[in-house]
Design a protein around this ligand. Structure first.
Ligand code: FAD
Ligand code: NAD
Length: 470
């Protein structure tokens, strides 16, 4: 394949992989006049994931939480090039990334050379620095049947798939007599995983049933049952007990059938097999028929990243993500940095972490661009940690600002902190408003912020739009 050297040769080229929290936050903050910036991602928009659970039922419109990469890139000074392409291989020895193009239009910056890759064309992009921020992918733990029959909730197409399947199941059930077991199956929606994705999705679906579907299909809503299955004894286990107990109370009150200490081990097209640990230590196996299955049991690294583990001896022990040093430099390299879910920095895989890592790294890049000969010295350095320290580059320090989760019925839980100091910990309707204000403030663009507020205002007057085919 063609090898592409990007931009002006007097500046180092920084290739960023991804267009999610890590990549876009880095792009927003990096001084792009000091580098040739190349962003590579098959997804041509940033996705504000915290509001993705609101999308399947239309509390928030999908388009409101998508922001084109171009709108971030266009705000930058200097040379920024975007490839709508998937990185298929990272080659640390020759400092290139192999990419497969997704579209015919690749170069968006007016100043940069339009290299004119065709759709599906393979090329290699030469980098001086690489920042991997490709996130992670849903983990099925190898449980048979999940890929074929379950819906994940990670990307926009997942949201559409859940909506389509759910409405289709309700419509099909509506044709059947009340006592038909097939009707009961179709109206059972199972969510596996009581982490924040599973809980928020279950809560949003229940809101839609209680607040909107009731007016369209009053004869059927009372028969719809959401089942939430969690292997651990509690849901949302990153919160303190007071808040998880409150969360469980709200879920049960809103009619969600919560099954804790229950692990799903097998999925068939119309039912799943779950094992529940009873109080006496015995295991009870149950067969749960379902119409729609949402699978939200967390993430695992992408193959692009696990393949890289094998190419760098210092990463041979890696399993959750690229092991990074205190400056987020990938151990065993002196030019690859990893941020967000594809990095293992002993921090949770959250947007908050990815965002702070990206801000930190952009500052590091600004700083090193001002240190004479730093780039050259780093290239030949065998102890990059020492070089960073000698030049006064401080280690990354994560400041935990808290956790928030929506439960449904306009109730949320929140624990707002600054590092180890706690400012607020509570649950209820007030917390729901706190949740909304904080989420809006976290959105990365003004346009998206405006659209989300407009969506919330709209549903308050006219209810949700949850059209099957959109
Ligand atoms: P991502 O944001 O996932 O971005 C990865 C990017 O890489 C994407 O653009 C993708 O298209 C791209 N990519 C994938 N493969 C390739 C490839 N081969 N080549 C190039 N690019 C590639 N965290 C919170 O802190 N608060 C929340 O409220 C919250 N809510 C969430 C709700 C949901 C439903 C989900 C799924 C996650 C939520 N998270 C939340 C977690 C948060 O979204 C992730 O931790 C965060 O997105 C990680 O950022 P990232 O940049 O590592 O990955
Ligand atoms: P998670 O890893 O946080 O939770 C997955 C849950 O699934 C776990 O509680 C696990 O015990 C359970 N599980 C695993 N296998 C199971 C099985 N076979 N049967 C039953 N239960 C099983 O995953 P998530 O909720 O997708 O979150 C991923 C990351 O994104 C986390 O870091 C989370 O904090 C973050 N996130 C945050 C928010 C928020 O802050 N509101 C929302 C969504 C996601």
């Amino acid at each position: 394949p063609r090898i592409i050297h990007q931009g002006q040769s007097d500046k180092p080229t920084v290739a960023i992989l991804g267009s999610g929290w890590g990549a876009i936050s880095f792009l927003q903050h990096v001084d792009s006049t000091k580098y040739n910036v190349v962003l590579i991602s098959p997804r041509n928009y940033f996705l504000f994931t915290p509001l993705l659970p609101s999308c399947p039922v239309g509390t928030v419109d999908e388009k409101s939480i998508m922001e084109p990469v171009v709108s971030f890139a266009n705000k930058k000074k200097g040379d920024v090039t975007y490839y709508e392409a998937e990185a298929t291989d990272i080659n640390p020895n020759d400092k290139t990334v192999t990419i497969k193009s997704f579209s015919n239009i690749n170069s968006i910056s007016p100043d940069s050379v339009n290299v004119g890759l065709q759709a599906n064309e393979v090329a290699q992009i030469k980098y001086d620095y690489l920042i991997t921020a490709v996130g992670a992918e849903p983990n099925t733990f190898g449980i048979p049947g999940v890929e074929e029959h379950g819906c994940f909730l990670k990307e926009i197409p997942d949201s559409k798939k859940i909506r389509h399947k759910f409405i289709e199941a309700v419509e099909k059930a509506n044709l059947l007599p009340k006592d038909d077991p097939e009707r009961k199956r179709l109206l059972t929606l199972v969510v596996v995983g009581g982490g924040p994705t599973g809980v928020e999705t279950a809560g949003e679906l229940q809101d839609y049933i209680d607040q909107d579907l009731k007016t369209f299909m009053p004869n059927i809503v009372d028969e719809i049952q959401i089942v939430l299955i969690e292997a651990l004894p509690v849901v949302l286990n990153m919160f303190e007990t007071k808040l998880t107990s409150y969360a469980e109370k709200v879920l049960r009150e809103t009619n969600i059938d919560l099954k804790t200490k229950t692990a799903v081990g097998k999925v068939e097209s119309e039912y799943l097999i779950a094992k529940t640990k009873k109080d006496d230590g015995s295991i009870e196996e149950t067969k749960i028929p379902y119409g729609v299955l949402v699978w939200a049991t967390g993430n695992k690294p992408r193959s692009l990243i696990t393949n890289l583990f094998k190419k760098i001896p210092e990463q041979n022990q890696a399993n959750r993500g690229l092991i990074v040093n205190e400056n987020l430099l990938v151990n065993g390299t002196n030019n690859i940095f990893a941020i967000g879910d594809n990095a293992f920095a002993k921090l949770p895989p959250t947007a908050q972490v990815a965002h702070q890592e990206a801000e930190y790294l952009s500052k590091v890049f600004s700083k090193i661009s001002r240190i004479p000969n730093f780039h050259e010295n780093l290239k030949s350095s065998t102890k990059p940690d020492v070089l960073f320290e000698e030049n006064g580059i401080k280690p990354f320090k994560y400041i935990h600002l808290g956790s928030l989760a929506y439960l449904g019925a306009e109730k949320a839980i929140a624990n707002i902190t600054y590092g180890s100091r706690s400012f607020y910990s509570g649950g209820g309707i007030f917390t729901f408003f706190v949740w909304r204000v904080l989420y809006v403030s976290m959105i990365l663009s003004f346009r998206s912020r405006f659209k989300v507020i407009a969506d919330w205002t709209k549903i308050a007057f006219f209810g949700r739009d949850a059209f099957k085919e959109l």
